[in-house]
Design a protein around this ligand. Sequence first.
Ligand SMILES: C[S@@+](CC[C@H](N)C(=O)[O-])C[C@H]1O[C@@H](n2cnc3c(N)ncnc32)[C@H](O)[C@@H]1O
Length: 379
Amino acid sequence: MTTATRLRAALMDRIIENGGLTEPEWIGAARAVPREMFARSFFLALPGTVPTRYRPVREGEPGWLEAVYSDGTLITQLDGRLRPDDVTGEVTGSPSSSSTLPSLVLSMWQRLRAEAGHRVLEIGTGTGYSTALGAHRFGDSSLTSIEYDPVVGGAAATALKEAGSAPRLIIGDGLRGDPDGGPYDRLIATCSVRYVPLPWLHQVRPGGKILLTLSGWSYAHALALLDVTGPGEATGRFLPGTTSFMIARPHDRPPRPALALLPGDERPSRIDPAKLDDWTGGWVAQLAAPSAERLGAGAEQVLWDVSTGSQARTARAPGGGWTVVQRGPVRLWDRVERAVQRWQAAGEPHQEAFGLTVSAAGQRVWLGSEAGPGWNLPI
Ligand SMILES: C[S@@+](CC[C@H](N)C(=O)[O-])C[C@H]1O[C@@H](n2cnc3c(N)ncnc32)[C@H](O)[C@@H]1O
């Protein structure tokens, strides 16, 4: 047994023990697919650095194989261009491609509830590791995977070939789906989206399923499993846990200048701003003000909508409680406050209490039931 095979078996045993890998077919795939072939080099974050600094790690270096078989995400590209093989020293940047942590990849595949014979579309090939797992489980001819970045997609194609896997690979914008390849039974996205791209709802057949992570410009995320109910229509609920994925490149927020806090109208805040640091509280705020980016934390939150110049910022009030200063045409804190109060009135449930319905009328996230309070996604 090679060191890689031994480390892989040990990692999968740990994931099984923690309840993250239960289905025999996926256990077989997880034990067979060599992650080391999809992560020959990556960036490791240096703990405690702000902004985060990364050092490149390459095949054969001390710690390389141990990191490959840790249950961690391995960053393989920064800022949409920088690869580990391009640098020698430490670097900073924003992760733009990675091999997602194996336990999450495997739980996503299991949650998709795809069966043998299904045609599956994956968005976000990345390193190709999740693609290789899917191809092992369903067979090459059942799986198509789309990657936006040609360099990333090229490296994944090479790795898949070396690993003996040959699914259909496309370089392009996965938000457009695969117009020539449908209909699909399942769609799984390993990059997140601000709203459900309409082509997906036409390329997955009615009765099919879509597993996606909703995200936004305030960096909040929520995993949802949708049933496609008709052409262009779907409904489903958000799932337990705290899943996040990097945002699909065309859905990323526009570039912005450095933050300058400007004067505005001040009043007391009706909610504790720190509620936005809660996993679901921050997501509810993002639903209410989808054009805003959230900066700050705790009592001192900052919401900034660059397209309208609207800002809101909170602070602790000297006599107790909190204040908010708002300026611009969109009263960001008014919206966030109302949404958070509705969530609080429902007992501050986790995202599992929410659902999403997509129809010709729009895309609406609701709380409790379709008749409950809701927020339209920014399509
Ligand atoms: C988290 S990584 C994918 C992880 C991958 N499934 C794995 O296991 O290695 C997300 C990937 O989505 C890609 N991506 C971003 N926007 C995309 C889009 N519009 N269409 C297709 N891929 C996209 C990124 O370039 C990145 O490689």
